[in-house]
Structures are given as structure tokens and as C-alpha cells.
Design a protein around this ligand. Structure first.
Ligand SMILES: Nc1ncnc2c1ncn2[C@@H]1O[C@H](COP(=O)(O)OP(=O)(O)O)[C@@H](O)[C@H]1O
Ligand SMILES: [Mg+2]
Length: 351
């Protein structure tokens, strides 16, 4: 596992998890998990459903006590500290909207508790509603909002409090694809502008890669890899981290398990005089799937390195009316431009 610092200067950590374990009966939902979250960073817990993300986030918020380990928030041990006493500025995003309050009242609720004067309150409500594109819905009740609008309102209720530490559990999961990207960009923008230390939970790799400063890949309750998104993607520490952070081809080359991302491969006609590359493979296209921007080819390899294996590789889908260069049945040569050798010491079970 990499030990380089994630940021240059010695960081201040807002949240520190030290060897946290949480059991349900004998089952370890969180298993000896350690992580330090730098102040102002966007730190993401990325992992498949059931790997312990929600459990860990709730431990940070104080809804559960861990069975082992220590949670420190801004340097203070949180053992026995109730959620509402944890840190003035820490907010756990709660999606439960008040059904009897309209959008404006839902947004203003936290500010009323903080005794903000009405004039200021209205200004804040208006500004947050505009940021999230729900300013036209201020008089609507939650039952009159779509799932996506409700999710934006839930986000607004949190952002309006200007939290110092924000905990979010899959906040964009109900949004349709286009809105998801829009709200994601808004969220990142607000987070950076306000310098909110954010711990974000998702199983969506694209979301995790595009939002995060620090990415913690989780597997079966354990930390699989911690790093910047580009490090995890380009130089994964394990097969699991490789596979969960993006499309991955695995090949054994000279007895070593190697990762080849689809975009590290150039596709040529099988008989072309290819420019030298570290590895070239020949094979036949088994399938060609249209993804919009690219066409994903699955190529059955016939050279020794990967005989019989399917390698995924993307080619541009090109302009309307243009025939793609390769389709099902084409014979191709794959020039592998880059290979990442997975560290030899990775856990045997991570396949
Ligand atoms: N209250 C509970 N009792 C027993 N098992 C639980 C309970 N809550 C969660 N689990 C189990 O713990 C594991 C982690 O759950 P969770 O933290 O919700 O994962 P994630 O959020 O990554 O999907 C899962 O296998 C889940 O089934
Ligand atoms: Mg969860």
C-alpha cells in the first residue's frame, strides 16, 4: 500500500479513524479500518453494497459505537459522545424531509433552530434554492416534488447550515443520469468554496473518481486502498481496487498478474505494420457494443499471453454515417501501450 502523503504540507485531520471494528454477531461489518480525513478534503468511501460503508459513516456520526478502535474528531476522542454533541459543525445528511413543511420551510428549519433573523433566513433560503435549481418550488410540499427534487432539497437543508464536516451516504442515488452530474458538480463546487470537510459514501466509481481528493476503496469491511483517484485508477494496489475503480482487463504476463485499462490499448488491423509497443496481441472481435461516445470491443486473444481470454477495448464511435473501423468478426491487433503490474503481496482472495 502506498504511503506517500496525499497533500504536500502536513495536513490537519478533521476525522481520524483508528483500527475501527464493528461486529454484527460474529460478522465483521467493519474490520480494523483506519483512515485520516484531511481538513477541507472531499474523501470518499467507495465499495460494493454490503462492504460496510454506511456502518462506518454512522460510527463517525455517533449513531453506533465501534466494538474496537477510536474515532477522533478534530483531535478529540469521541467515545461515549452522543451524535448531537460530537462536533458543532458536523452534519449527517438526513433525507427525511418534513412532510408538513414546504420547500422554503424545510430549508429554513435548521436556521430557525440557530435563531437566525427572518430577513437573513429568507436570503439564505433563496440563495441555496437558486444554487440547487429549486427556487421555483419554494411553496411546494415534499409530496409534490419528484425524487430528484426531494434529494436536492435534502442537500439544500444541509448546505444551508454551512457545515465544517459533512457526512453523506449515497446522496445522489435517486437522481436521473443528467441531474446526477449536475448536482454532483454543484456539490463539488459548494464543498470547495466553503472548504467543507466531506466524507462521502458511494458505490459509483465515476462519482467517486470525479468528486474526490482522497479515495478510500473498501472491501468486506476493510480498507483496500487509500489514494488520490488518479493513483487508485492508474496504480491500484490490488485486483479488487483495480476492478472496482474502472473497467479492467487482467492478464498474467511472465507469471505476474497485470492490469490493462481499455484506454491503454490501441486497436489496429491484424496485418498492419504496427509501431512497436510493449506488448501486442492478436485476436478476433467477439462483440461490439455501442456506448455512445465509444464502442466497446471484446476481443478473443489468440497469442500465448492471453489465449482464449476476452480483452475489452474502446474505439471512438466516430461521426454519423461513418462505419466503425472494427466490428464483430474483425481480426485485430491490440497494441498495449501501458501495463500495470499488480503488487505481488496482494491478498490471495482478492481476485
Ligand atoms: N443491523 C444489522 N444487523 C446485522 N447485519 C447488518 C446490520 N446492518 C448491516 N449489516 C450487515 O453489515 C454489512 C455492511 O452493511 P452496510 O454498512 O449497510 O454496507 P454498505 O453501506 O456498504 O452497503 C452488510 O453485510 C449488512 O448486511
Ligand atoms: Mg449503505
Amino acid at each position: 500500500m502506498k504511503t506517500e502523503p496525499l497533500i504536500e504540507t502536513e495536513p490537519v485531520y478533521d476525522v481520524e479513524l483508528i483500527s475501527i471494528s464493528k461486529y454484527y454477531g460474529k460478522f465483521a461489518a467493519v474490520d480494523n479500518f483506519s483512515l485520516a480525513v484531511p481538513r477541507g478534503s472531499f474523501t470518499t468511501l467507495l465499495g460494493p453494497s454490503g462492504c460496510g460503508k454506511t456502518t462506518l459513516l454512522r460510527i463517525i456520526a455517533g449513531f453506533f459505537e465501534p466494538d474496537r478502535g477510536t474515532v477522533r474528531i478534530r483531535g478529540k476522542d469521541q467515545q461515549g459522545v452522543a451524535p448531537e454533541k460530537r462536533s458543532e459543525g458536523m452534519v449527517f445528511q438526513d433525507y427525511a424531509l418534513f412532510p408538513h413543511m414546504n420547500t422554503a420551510e424545510n430549508l429554513a428549519y435548521g436556521l430557525i433552530l440557530r435563531k437566525l433573523p427572518p430577513e437573513e433566513r429568507r436570503r439564505e433560503v433563496q440563495s441555496v434554492a437558486e444554487t440547487l435549481g429549486i427556487e421555483g418550488l419554494l411553496k411546494h410540499y415534499p409530496s409534490e416534488l419528484s425524487g430528484g427534487q426531494q434529494q436536492r432539497l435534502a442537500l439544500g437543508r444541509v448546505i444551508i447550515l454551512k457545515p465544517q464536516i459533512l457526512l453523506m451516504d449515497e446522496p445522489l442515488s435517486n437522481l436521473d443520469a443528467k441531474l446526477r452530474v449536475h448536482v454532483r458538480d454543484e456539490l463539488k463546487d459548494i464543498q470547495k468554496r466553503l472548504g467543507i470537510t466531506t466524507i462521502y459514501v458511494t458505490h459509483d466509481q465515476e462519482e467517486a473518481l470525479s468528486l474526490s481528493d482522497c479515495l478510500a476503496v473498501m472491501n468486506k469491511g476493510r480498507l483496500e486502498q487509500l489514494g488520490r483517484p488518479e493513483d487508485v485508477y492508474m496504480r491500484p494496489a490490488t485486483s479488487f481496487a483495480a476492478d472496482f475503480s474502472g473497467p479492467a482487463n487482467f492478464l498474467t504476463i511472465n507469471g505476474k498478474r497485470c492490469l490493462i485499462r481499455p484506454e491503454w490499448i490501441e486497436v489496429q488491423e491484424a496485418d498492419s505494420r504496427a509501431a512497436p509497443s510493449s506488448l501486442s496481441l492478436t485476436g478476433k472481435v467477439k462483440s461490439a457494443d455501442f456506448f455512445g461516445r465509444v464502442i466497446r470491443l471484446r476481443v478473443e486473444i489468440d497469442t500465448a499471453e492471453g489465449r482464449g481470454r476476452l480483452i475489452a477495448v474502446d474505439i471512438p464511435s466516430g461521426l454519423p454515417g461513418e462505419e466503425p473501423r472494427f466490428g464483430t468478426g474483425s481480426r485485430v491487433c491490440l497494441l498495449v501501450r501501458h501495463i500495470w503490474e499488480l503488487p505481488a503481496d496482494e491478498r490471495a482472495e482478492a481476485t
